[in-house]
Structure formats: structure tokens, C-alpha cells
Design a protein around this ligand. Structure first.
Ligand code: NAD
Length: 300
């Protein structure tokens, strides 16, 4: 298919490369010159602006991979009188936003696209930069059945698991709910290991029991916050991410917005939100989020 890919950062560039490698006709663009140069050096066709990428690709699909909802809305509409992606695209183009943004922002992006005569999906990802490079991302998708089926082969070229979560915005809803579970469970596992240490329990003994009992979860069996039991976990490499504290903090900010707008009583989730905000404001922004165990150990 003919694809314009906007946002060639840590995630976007390897995703765009995988689409090109799968035989799609991809034209990319990033506002940051360094990202454009890296994309050109990787063999990608690069345009001089977002709308140019859409036009020169004669794009059937426009994929965005930005940091925020404001960036998505700005690029769709155009900023300071410049034309936007929506105006540059032929009628009926499918807009697929893979950025992690708020549920309400995703719904507003859908409305902008549809009002301009286009189609739209929200398709945030999990799996990080390694997943983007190896085409093993998980996509959580919101939008109509028809649009989902059109995008499915494109998403499958960049990922291993593609789940249609429901209507517009529900891809982002799934992402925010999953990451709230993850934050709470990573803190719970870290607290249990610190408690075990104080009680004289070895890390391996606690792991051997909990990983085969009802405490079993991803935060324990894949992202174990102490070195040893899971040799590939970030704790074995001084908490190099992995999934950085800054990204967990961002995602919990989106969870907080969703909790506020729905009125749900999410006391554990919002406590995790506070704990990770402080972690990211300290030295945790660039460290794996499982490094929260050090904060807990130091505080006791
Ligand atoms: P990044 O900052 O490396 O990349 C975003 C890119 O978008 C930047 O290069 C920026 O210059 C570009 N950009 C912004 N506005 C633009 C515009 N109007 N036109 C063209 N380019 C524009 O961020 P990233 O790490 O690649 O993350 C992208 C998204 O994926 C974020 O929403 C993030 O939360 C989400 N995400 C990231 C990870 C991860 O591990 N990095 C994992 C899951 C989800």
C-alpha cells in the first residue's frame, strides 16, 4: 500500500522501516532534522513536510507516531495557517494514529478526520523500541470493523499481535487500563521483595514460590526487580530500560485523566500515579520503571 509515515523517532523509524521492508511504498517525515537524516540514511524516502509526504506518497494510509495528542491534532489540522495532513490527503484516506494519547484526545482526532471526509483508527502499541525494531509490537486498535480490516495487514507488518478493542478511542482505553495494572503490580512486587529481604528471605526463594503461586504476574516473571531470578530483567543491568520511568509516568498521567473523566474510584492506580510521578521527577525518568524497588528500599 502507499503509506505516509509521520514521526520518525525511537519507535516510528523502525516501524516505517519494517513497512518498507514488507514491500509497502513508504514516504516519511519528521519535524526534527536529525530524525529525517537518520531515516534517509536507513534508506527511507523522506519528504520536506508532513503534507508533502502525504501528497508525494499519494497516501492511502497516513500513520502518525508522535509524543502527544496536541501534536496529533496540530499535524492533522495544520499549525499557523499551514495546511495539515487532513487537507493534503485524498478523500477517504485512512488515518492511523499509533501515538499514546488520552482517550478523549483520540476521539477528537477521529472526529477531525471524519469531518474532513476521511477514516480513522487509534492504534497505540506496547513492546517498546525492541518490539518496533523486531516487528513484534502489540497493537490495540479503536475504530470501525471495516477500517480495522483495511489496516490489519499493515499493522501485522509491524507487530505480532493486533487486537480490535472496539470503537474510536478504545485502543487507547485498553492501553491505559493495561498500564495501570502494570504500574500497580510492579510496585506490589517490589514491596514484597523488600519485605522479604527484611524478613531474611532470599530473592530466589521468594521468586520460586510466588512465580508458581497466586502472586504470579509479568512484573515478577519477566520484569523481576532484583538481579538473579530472571537474568534478562532490567535489574540485572542497573535498571537500564526496558520501559523507562518517564514513559510510565506519561501513561499514568493519561490514566489519571481517564479516571477523572469517568469518576471511577481507582485508589491503587492513583497511588501508583503519585509514586511514579515522584520517581520520574527524581532520577527514574531514564531508568526502568522496575527501579522503583530502590526508592522503596531506601524509604524503609
Ligand atoms: P520520540 O520522541 O522518539 O518520537 C516522536 C517523533 O515525532 C519525534 O522525532 C518528533 O520530532 C516527531 N514529531 C512531532 N510532531 C511531529 C509532526 N507534526 N510531524 C512530524 N514529526 C513530528 O518518541 P517515541 O519514543 O518514538 O514514542 C512515540 C509514541 O509511542 C509516544 O506517544 C510514546 O508514548 C509511545 N510509545 C513509546 C514506547 C517507547 O518505548 N519509546 C513504547 C510504547 C509506546
Amino acid at each position: 500500500m502507499r503509506i505516509a509515515f509521520l514521526g520518525l523517532g525511537h519507535m516510528g523509524l523502525p516501524m516505517a522501516r519494517n513497512l518498507a521492508a514488507a514491500g509497502h511504498d513508504v514516504v516519511g517525515y519528521d519535524v526534527f532534522a536529525g530524525a529525517r537524516d537518520a531515516a534517509a540514511a536507513a534508506g527511507l524516502r523522506v519528504a520536506g513536510s508532513g503534507p508533502d509526504a502525504v501528497r508525494s506518497a499519494s497516501a492511502e494510509i497516513v500513520i502518525t507516531m508522535f509524543q502527544s495528542g496536541a501534536q496529533v491534532h496540530g499535524a492533522y489540522r495544520g499549525i499557523d495557517g499551514a495546511d495539515g495532513l487532513l487537507e493534503a490527503a485524498a478523500p477517504g484516506t485512512l488515518f492511523v494514529d499509533c501515538s499514546t494519547i488520552a482517550v478523549d484526545e483520540a476521539r477528537a482526532a477521529h472526529e477531525l478526520a471524519v469531518a474532513a471526509g476521511h477514516r480513522a483508527l487509534d492504534a497505540p502499541v506496547s513492546g517498546g523500541v525492541v518490539g518496533a525494531e523486531n516487528a513484534t509490537l502489540a497493537f490495540m486498535v479503536g475504530g470501525t470493523d471495516e477500517d480495522f480490516e483495511l489496516a490489519r495487514p499493515i499493522l501485522e507488518a509491524m507487530g505480532r499481535r493486533v487486537v480490535h478493542c472496539g470503537a474510536a478511542g478504545l485502543g487507547q482505553a485498553a492501553k491505559v487500563c493495561n498500564n495501570m495494572i502494570l504500574a500497580v503490580s510492579q510496585i506490589a512486587v517490589a514491596e514484597a521483595f523488600v519485605l522479604g529481604e527484611r524478613l531474611g528471605l532470599s530473592h530466589q526463594a521468594l521468586f520460586d514460590v510466588a512465580s508458581n503461586a497466586s502472586g504470579q504476574c509479568w512484573a515478577l516473571t519477566t520484569n523481576c526487580p532484583v538481579p538473579g531470578p530472571v537474568p534478562t530483567s532490567p535489574a540485572n543491568r542497573d535498571f537500564q530500560p526496558g520501559f523507562a520511568g518517564a514513559l510510565m509516568n506519561k501513561d499514568l498521567g493519561l490514566a489519571e485523566q481517564a479516571v477523572a473523566s469517568t469518576g471511577v474510584e481507582a485508589r491503587m492506580g492513583m497511588l501508583a500515579r503519585d509514586i511514579y510521578r515522584r520517581y520520574a521527577e527524581g532520577d527514574g525518568a531514564g531508568r526502568d520503571f522496575s527501579g522503583i524497588i530502590e526508592t522503596i528500599r531506601d524509604a524503609g
